[in-house]
Design a protein around this ligand. Structure first.
Ligand code: AMP
Ligand code: MG
Length: 320
């Protein structure tokens, strides 16, 4: 197991030696390494068992530092950065040479974010390089929203996890690109599309799929529990699987059918932000119960509900 704690100085030492560390952010915990060092970046892919065609997000402490490794920041990107950074928004820019090709899976663009967590911002301000950091979970599995999640899954492969408490957003960042003058959402996430459109007007939403080359790494199947998982009308699904040992992940209501510990309600007060912070914890909890099946339902498809539904849909998709 890795050491878990709040020793920021130790984290900085490890990163300076090109070692990897689990770091807290407001979205999910990251597996961080020196983004300018190809060896550190290679370790990230190895520890996560992540395919090399799935590019990483690079984290910086402020816009000036972003300027050190991207070619240009379009005006619309600047407006979004002013409104939402630090926060759950990732922007795609043309990269400078200093970013190794491994980080971007050979693309000439790089994904960048300023995360909103005091510990991680402190770390980023104290080092001379940005941090490449995908979610700190084995590739394809549910993302970690607590330090213990990271330790449980990757603890034997990394020396330290910086414990910054539970993630306050709990779902990955929204990804936006600016290619050919369009503002395009490549991944629906913790920054609401409605809020983005208030700043830059109507945006395009590129539906993610295995065959959409604009959004590399956006697999149909992702965020998946190991237990079979099905989403639909819960009354219908519960009836269909009567007699089986099932778990229920619901939005705001209890269904009498299973015992309480096999039932995870995302938000009793029907609050989509609360539901987002609890989604991955709920999936993990049910996945650990050795059930035959987990059934779930979509939440209202607005605000953060769109990001939650996106995760539910991909958790359901069959791994291939
Ligand atoms: P995560 O695994 O949550 O760190 O998210 C990384 C995701 O960001 C990848 O799976 C891609 O979908 C996306 N991404 C990273 N870099 C780029 C890029 N240069 N262009 C488009 N999408 C990118
Ligand atoms: Mg991930």
């Amino acid at each position: 197991m890795a050491r878990i704690g709040s020793d920021i100085k130790h984290v900085i030492e490890l990163l300076n030696r090109n070692q990897l560390v689990g770091i807290p952010t407001e979205t999910v915990y990251g597996l961080a390494g020196n983004a300018f060092n190809a060896n550190a970046v290679a370790k990230i892919f190895e520890v996560k068992d992540r395919p090399s065609f799935d590019p990483l997000i690079v984290h910086a402490p402020d816009l000036n530092r972003v300027g050190e490794f991207v070619e240009e920041i379009p005006e619309k990107a600047r407006e979004l950065a002013r409104s939402f950074w630090p926060g759950p928004l990732t922007l795609i820019f043309k990269k400078k040479q200093i970013i190794p090709d491994l980080v971007t899976s050979g693309l000439q663009t790089v994904a960048v974010r300023i995360p909103n967590h005091p510990f991680t911002l402190k770390v980023l301000e104290s080092i001379d390089f940005p941090l490449a950091a995908p979610s700190a979970n084995p590739f394809g599995y549910v993302s970690p929203t607590k330090a213990e999640h990271v330790d449980k899954q990757l603890g034997d492969k990394i020396p330290y996890v910086l414990d910054g408490g539970d993630c306050s957003v709990g779902i990955e960042s929204t990804i936006v690109s600016f290619e050919e003058g369009d503002t395009t959402i490549l991944r629906i996430g913790g920054c609401k599309i409605e809020s983005i459109e208030k700043i830059v007007g109507k945006v395009k939403i590129k539906p993610y799929s295995n065959s959409n080359p604009m959004a590399p790494g956006m697999m149909d199947s992702h965020y998946s529990p190991l237990t079979p998982f099905e989403v639909g009308n819960l009354n219908v699904l519960i009836e269909k699987y009567k007699g089986k040992n099932i778990g229920i992940l619901s939005f705001d209501k209890y269904y009498e059918y299973v015992e309480k510990s096999h039932h995870f309600v995302l938000s009793e007060k029907s609050d989509l932000s609360e539901a987002a912070t609890r989604l991955f914890t709920g999936l993990r909890h049910l996945d650990n119960l050795n059930l035959q099946l987990i059934v779930s339902e979509y939440v209202p498809d607005e605000g953060l509900g769109r990001a939650i539904n996106d995760r539910l849909k991909r958790a359901e998709a069959k791994r291939n």
